[in-house]
Design a protein around this ligand. Structure first.
Ligand SMILES: Cc1ncc(COP(=O)(O)O)c(C=O)c1O
Length: 392
């Protein structure tokens, strides 16, 4: 392990004096985007146009699913998919996810109930999901491909089938992930992706609902436009969750080269993992052999006793180096104020991992030198952990 000098939090020079943000968006096809935007503005059709349809077709081909419905964001996409499935009462989901998973169930008229995640992959634990479905009589199961790590979809399919409920995947992080060679997008009743600026494919703001179910796709298409079939005689209370043509143009160019970007991210994560291999008390979420993760996030799982610092202290030391970090996901959803009124279910694994995760900067065009320097920062913080801890 390299000796990397005195950490900035103890008075050394910051490794990233100009700052290292969590993510940096790069749109490679700027000229094509400008051409497309110009065409849209000239046509005067800013929504419900050919670009959204082109994006839906391109995404459906890439995901190998028959239907993709573009929406204003992943949260509204999840709401529409759940509404189309007619959820009511409880909807089961992991406590370790982004709040939007639970919010979508709430806005679709249901109540979230929370299950454990697997401590290695941080994705929904199928055994606890089965237990919760039986306990709660939930009308649907939701699962999140956390940071792009594919869920154990085969086991979850069996759990949902046994309980007689549909699965909706929160695939916000997972556009480009693969489970045993199959693209994430075709599992469950629907999978919903996010195209917000922190994702690997961006629209500015946007989402994609992918499904094999023609009826569900039709309901979501109707639902994204108020539930209005065209004659203003709305058939159910929908949303305005349309994606604009301008956002679709950005998403279309951003979708290009996705497999290559995902491969680059995997390589960068491997480079980082290799560089910190000698540091005790650090691991990354486990990825099953043959699976592909987008590595939407480079998230460390920290064992404070072995590393020498807990997550808040590590984050503070990184900040002194100029490095941005986030606690994705802390607090877990079942601990958030929004859901404090719900009956508590004990989730010790979720509580534990949630206290120990820290997401570091990563973007698809990050260079190797930056990854190595990021690793150096973590290494030197670990090497001075007792001194840093004593200044806390
Ligand atoms: C797991 C997860 N689900 C849903 C969302 C919401 O996505 P959007 O901002 O597109 O609504 C996010 C946002 O980052 C997320 O991380």
């Amino acid at each position: 392990m390299a000796k990397t000098g005195r950490p900035a939090v103890l008075g050394g020079d910051a490794l990233f004096a100009e700052g290292l943000p969590l993510t940096r968006v790069k749109v490679p096809e700027r000229e094509e985007l400008a051409r497309r935007l110009d065409g849209i503005l000239t046509s005067g059709q800013l929504t419900d146009g050919a670009t959204v349809r082109e994006l839906e077709e391109a995404a459906a081909a890439q995901l190998d699913v028959p239907h993709v419905v573009a929406v204003s964001n992943c949260t509204s996409g999840l709401m529409l998919a759940l509404q189309a499935l007619g959820v009511s009462g409880a909807v089961a989901m992991p406590g370790f996810t982004f709040a939007a998973t639970a919010h979508a169930a709430h806005w679709a008229g249901a109540t979230p109930v929370f299950a454990e995640v697997d401590a290695d992959t941080l994705t929904l634990d199928p055994v606890d999901a089965a237990r919760l479905l039986a306990e709660s009589g939930a009308s649907a199961l939701m699962a999140t491909h956390v940071y792009g790590t594919p869920c154990r979809v085969e086991e979850l399919a069996k759990v949902a089938e046994d309980a007689g409920v549909p699965i909706v995947y929160d695939a916000a992080h997972a556009l480009g992930s693969r489970r045993a060679g199959t693209p994430v997008g075709g599992f469950g009743a629907a999978e919903v992706f996010s195209l917000s600026p922190t994702k690997v494919v961006v629209a500015g703001e946007g989402g994609l609902i992918a499904t094999r179910d023609e009826e569900l796709a039709r309901a979501c298409r109707l639902g994204r436009g108020y539930g209005n079939p065209g004659d203003y005689d709305c058939v159910f209370p929908g949303l305005n969750a349309r994606m604009s043509e301008l956002h679709a143009a950005l998403a279309l160019v951003s979708l290009r080269g996705l497999p290559e970007r995902v491969a680059t991210r995997s390589r960068l994560v491997a480079l980082f993992a290799d560089a910190v291999r000698g540091v005790p008390g650090l691991r990354l979420p486990a990825l099953a052999e043959g699976d592909v993760s987008t590595w939407k996030d480079l998230t460390l799982i920290v064992e404070p006793a072995a590393f020498g610092l807990d997550v808040p202290a590590l984050a503070r030391a990184l900040r002194a180096e100029g490095i941005d970090s986030r606690r994705y996901f802390h607090p877990p959803v079942h601990r958030q104020q929004a859901y404090a009124h719900l009956p508590a279910r004990s989730l010790p694994i979720t509580d534990d991992v949630s206290a120990r995760v820290l997401t570091l900067p990563l973007w698809s065009h990050m260079d190797d030198a930056t990854v190595r320097l990021l690793a150096d920062a973590v290494i030197r913080i670990h090497e001075h952990a007792p001194e840093i801890a004593s200044t806390d």
